[in-house]
Design a protein around this ligand. Structure first.
Ligand code: AMP
Ligand code: ZN
Length: 138
């Protein structure tokens, strides 16, 4: 994709701090790290989001994320890793090339600015109603 910055990184036209690469995926450090080690895993085939990505690329990205968070666990003194993936500008996706964020939280590090969202009990009726709509569309 011509104007996609992540496609440019894959093509070597823009630099990145590469963590891992194989035929299907590239993992590199996020340039605006939420925490030390913040890494992005992307498919080499351009796909905008979870609706568009091919199943085999999705599988490759997530298998790669498993490998990388294991390495993070071995190399960094972390207490957890948030795996975050956004679909659509309305939910703050800014780069329109599928990417999975791997965001480690250091032991004794500050809490990540991701959740916890306010827990507010829903009504069973409304939860069921919405679930029924999704189920009917599956
Ligand atoms: P999102 O909001 O999920 O679309 O996140 C896009 C992420 O890409 C942000 O965390 C950016 O910091 C990151 N990003 C954008 N450009 C680059 C780049 N050239 N190299 C590394 N990370 C980037
Ligand atoms: Zn792209």
């Amino acid at each position: 994709m011509e104007n996609c910055i992540f496609c440019k990184i894959i093509a070597g036209k823009l630099p990145c701090i590469k963590i891992y690469e194989d035929e299907q995926v590239l993992a590199f450090s996020d340039i605006n790290p939420v925490s030390n080690g913040h890494t992005l895993v992307i498919p080499k085939n351009h796909a905008e989001n979870l609706w568009k990505i091919a199943a085999e690329d999705l599988t490759a990205v997530h298998l790669c994320s498993k490998k990388i968070i294991q390495a993070m666990k071995d190399a960094l003194n972390l207490s957890g890793v948030a795996c975050v993936q956004l679909n659509g500008s309305s939910v703050n996706q800014t780069v329109m090339h599928y990417h999975l964020h791997l965001i480690p939280r250091a032991v004794d590090g500050p809490s990540l600015p991701l959740g916890p969202w306010k827990m507010q009990q829903g009504t069973l009726e409304s939860i069921q109603d919405t679930a029924d709509k999704i189920i009917a569309a599956l």
